[in-house]
Design a protein around this ligand. Structure first.
Ligand SMILES: [Zn+2]
Length: 481
């Protein structure tokens, strides 16, 4: 059945139909959306109180009804705030979620969910969600009905922050497994996509033919001015347009998702699309977590849905400006409590000052890549992947090298893989890169250079720029960013 006509309805009609369709399938996203919006008007004191109330509900439920948390023997002290009480909870790792999956499930769903293979018999109900698995083993978590609604809500809010609220058409350059497997998309999904004004483009393939196709899609719909994209894919497209001197398509905004938005990448996107770039942070298991606002001074945490902490190796709170591990607490996933979940990313808090946009939600200054991707230098200093990428970015000649990957294989041992574009001047450029690396990694670093036809990627199709396969046991050392 052709449902394309839905996308041609006026924006306001599509907004109404979107919420009506969600209601019909059993979602209460409308109610959550209104609730979320009421939080956006809170002062920072009011916000703290609301977060505390929500945390109290979650933590009480977890210690009463989740076997995993019951065993910890934690007792809520009625004199202390829930935000303080939270600090007594252990950090939740992916390994724990994998090993003790069924123990995490709370009473109401315990009989229904005993393993990640379970499927709900209801149409819109709890759902087992797998992490992307960019690195490591995928982990399964449960999203209950309420959290799924909050997940949809955070996406609506992120779109609004990025200048294309629900009803505004946008391109979506995303990894579509469906397309990859050539499967037929379900009817309700197609209707929803058209109601959302989404124009899909598949980010899993980044070969020339697909890039040409994406370029044509954008050029042929000049009325559509917004792009929601895997940041890797958006940059591949922008680089392709620039390298071939193609006329630049004009966009108003780019929402850059599913990867670290480095300074270089932001500049490429701004330059090629003439667009305002918004960094959006989220994951499959936590939905959207934070997003940049029009003030462009950090990413506002989506406080109505998640509580975020940044901690050092000892689990102590990091001060603004200090890089640390991000812990996420999902405030509304009461059936499968994810409390202080170590998501695997590194981040930095911005100074707690009022934001020009008026929103009181706290801000992460930026993300610094994955904790597992950090490389270790001769003297034990850890370098984040963002640091290394910036470092390579300034030394590398993009006319000579198309793509690259840097891997640590042991103490002081590294491999630099690259796809050469031409040989003239290549040796000099590689020498320059090598000497820059030695400055950062130590003069004794052994760097092997490998010209390859293709860069090994993650199972999800994303580029892995920095890889550390050296499983070190050394005590953690300072992080340089
Ligand atoms: Zn703001």
């Amino acid at each position: 059945m052709n449902v394309e006509w839905v996308s041609r309805l006026p924006g306001s009609a599509r907004v109404g139909l979107y919420f009506a369709l969600q209601q019909a399938i059993g979602s209460r996203v409308w109610r959550r959306w209104r609730q979320f919006q009421s939080w956006t008007r809170l002062s920072s004191e009011q916000l703290k109180r609301e977060i505390d109330l929500q945390l109290a509900k979650l933590l009480t439920r977890a210690i009463r009804e989740s076997a995993f948390y019951q065993k910890l023997g934690l007792r809520l002290d009625s004199r202390a705030s829930a935000t303080q009480f939270l600090k007594h909870f252990p950090i939740l790792t992916r390994e724990q979620i994998r090993d003790r999956f069924s123990e995490l499930v709370t009473d109401a769903l315990r009989s229904e969910i005993t393993s990640p293979a379970d499927v709900s018999s209801q149409r819109y109900d709890w759902l087992v969600v797998k992490t992307g698995g960019t690195t490591g083993t995928p982990t399964s978590v449960v999203h209950d009905k309420s959290f799924r609604d909050w997940g949809r809500t955070t996406r609506l809010f992120a779109q609004r922050l990025c200048g294309f609220p629900l009803g505004t058409p946008f391109f979506r350059l995303w990894g579509s497994e469906q397309d990859l497997l050539q499967q037929q998309e379900k009817l309700d999904r197609r209707v929803l996509r058209n109601l959302l004004g989404e124009i899909p483009m598949n980010a899993f393939r980044a070969k020339e033919a697909e890039l040409v196709q994406h370029y044509e899609t954008i050029r042929n719909q000049s009325g559509v001015r917004h792009l929601m994209a895997y940041v890797d894919a958006a940059v591949s497209l922008a680089t392709f347009i620039e390298d071939r001197n193609l006329p630049k398509p004009r966009l108003r905004t780019v929402m850059a998702c599913a990867g670290t938005v480095t300074q270089e990448w932001r500049q490429i996107l701004e330059r090629v699309f003439g667009a305002e770039v918004f960094d959006k942070y989220g994951s499959r298991e936590c939905a959207d977590i934070a997003c940049e606002c029009s003030a462009h001074h950090g990413l506002h945490v989506f406080s109505p849905s998640v509580f975020v902490e940044v901690v050092d190796d000892e689990g102590r709170e990091c001060a603004p400006g200090q890089t640390g591990r991000i812990l996420v607490t999902l405030l509304h996933n009461l059936s499968f409590p994810m409390i202080r979940y170590q998501i695997g990313d590194l981040g930095v808090w911005a100074e707690p000052a009022p934001c020009a946009c008026g929103l009181a939600f706290p801000r992460l200054l930026n993300l610094q890549g994955r904790a597992d991707d950090m490389l270790v230098t001769e003297d034990g200093t850890r370098l984040t992947s963002v640091f290394i990428r910036h470092f390579v970015g300034v030394s590398l000649n993009r006319q000579l090298i198309r793509e690259w990957q840097f891997e640590q294989t042991g103490p002081g041992a590294f491999i630099f893989r690259y796809i050469p574009l031409q040989s003239d001047g290549l040796d000099d450029n590689l020498k320059g890169i090598e000497s820059s690396f030695r400055k950062a990694l130590g003069s004794s670093a052994k760097i092997e250079f490998q010209a390859v036809p293709e860069i090994p990627g993650a199972p999800t199709g994303k580029t892995l720029w920095i890889v550390n396969h050296w499983k070190r046991s050394a005590k953690q050392s300072p992080i340089l960013t």
